[in-house]
Ligand binder design. Structure first.
Ligand SMILES: NC(=O)c1ccc[n+]([C@@H]2O[C@H](COP(=O)([O-])OP(=O)(O)OC[C@H]3O[C@@H](n4cnc5c(N)ncnc54)[C@H](OP(=O)(O)O)[C@@H]3O)[C@@H](O)[C@H]2O)c1
Length: 263
């Protein structure tokens, strides 16, 4: 039990599954007032029924500005304040860049990047009042790139750039801005990933299956929020080594990634 989160009001997007679901459950365990947003209402209701105390269920699509606005407003109306936004909703891809439809690229940018702008602009006035937290769940793919993820990598790099900018713009307001960059986490991420024409990939990748448990990743993210860290990397050794090499030996990393064809 982490007292830090007690009675704090957090909104978690993409809370119907995977990392977001774990974040919502653990925040609830720690006494936070949690607003959960995703498109699949039945899964949100199921989570609500399982939780220690009542969650605020907000069915919505983060690619719709109006839905993001409604979720923030509902959170304020219900809990009276907002201490943290954790934008976790996201979609990956599995397709080579040259064959991927432009619409699939646009869809990835909408979910993984533009949604953050909608949520940020709506949440900022409330988070200013609480000296709160603005957190994006990005990816190691926002730091370096592997194959067959061009649109995903681009969207997470865009998200990283946006967060790095708003950190500076809010530095003197006492707002904490953090990017979480997970490595492989065992979720439905690869099942839901988009193929070239936008249909779901539908397979569990070996690397994802062997990844961190969603609760482990969520605990690491929450602990970093508590410490007001700038960045956090819930990831295994290999992905962290990749990040290190991307900075200090990028040519070597390229060779490793071409050879290993990370899935
Ligand atoms: N798993 C990994 O290995 C891994 C690694 C690095 C980064 N990440 C990042 O972690 C985050 C969570 O992914 P996950 O692995 O937990 O995958 P997941 O199990 O597929 O969960 C994705 C969540 O996002 C929600 N979502 C997707 N599109 C949405 C939309 N348009 N509007 C609202 N919600 C939407 C989904 O809910 P609905 O379908 O109900 O809307 C679901 O709750 C993502 O940002 C992902 O990029 C994951």
């Amino acid at each position: 039990m982490n007292r830090f989160f007690r009675d704090k009001s957090f909104i978690v997007t993409g809370a119907s599954s995977g990392i977001g679901r774990s974040l919502a459950m653990l925040l609830n365990r720690d006494g936070a007032k949690v607003t959960i947003m995703a498109r699949t209402k039945a899964k949100l209701e199921q989570l609500n029924n399982m939780s220690k105390s009542r969650l605020l269920v907000c069915q919505g699509d983060v690619t719709r500005e109006q839905d993001c606005k409604q979720a923030i407003q509902a959170s304020i109306e219900t809990f009276g304040k907002l201490d943290g936004l954790i934008h976790n909703a996201g979609v990956s891809m599995r397709a080579v860049a040259a064959e991927t439809d432009i619409q699939t690229y646009r869809d990835l940018m909408e979910v993984n990047f533009f949604s953050m702008i909608y949520l940020y602009q709506q949440a900022l006035p409330f988070i200013e009042k609480t000296n709160g937290h603005i957190v994006a769940v990005s990816s190691m793919m926002g730091r370096y790139s592997t194959q067959e993820r061009a649109g995903y990598n681009a969207s997470k790099h865009a998200l990283q750039g946006f967060m790095d900018c708003i950190r500076l713009e809010n530095m003197d307001k006492g707002i904490h801005v953090m990017v979480a960059s997970p490595g492989f986490v065992k979720t439905n991420g690869s099942l839901n990933a988009l193929t070239a024409n936008g249909t779901p990939y539908g397979k569990m990748d070996d690397a994802i299956a062997a990844g961190l448990k969603p609760d482990q990743a969520a605990e690491i993210i929450l602990s970093a929020i508590k410490s007001r860290k700038r960045d956090v990397y819930p990831a295994g050794f290999r992905e962290k080594l990749g990040f290190f090499l991307s900075k200090w030996a990028p040519g070597k990393l390229d060779k490793i990634l071409v050879k290993s064809r990370v899935k």
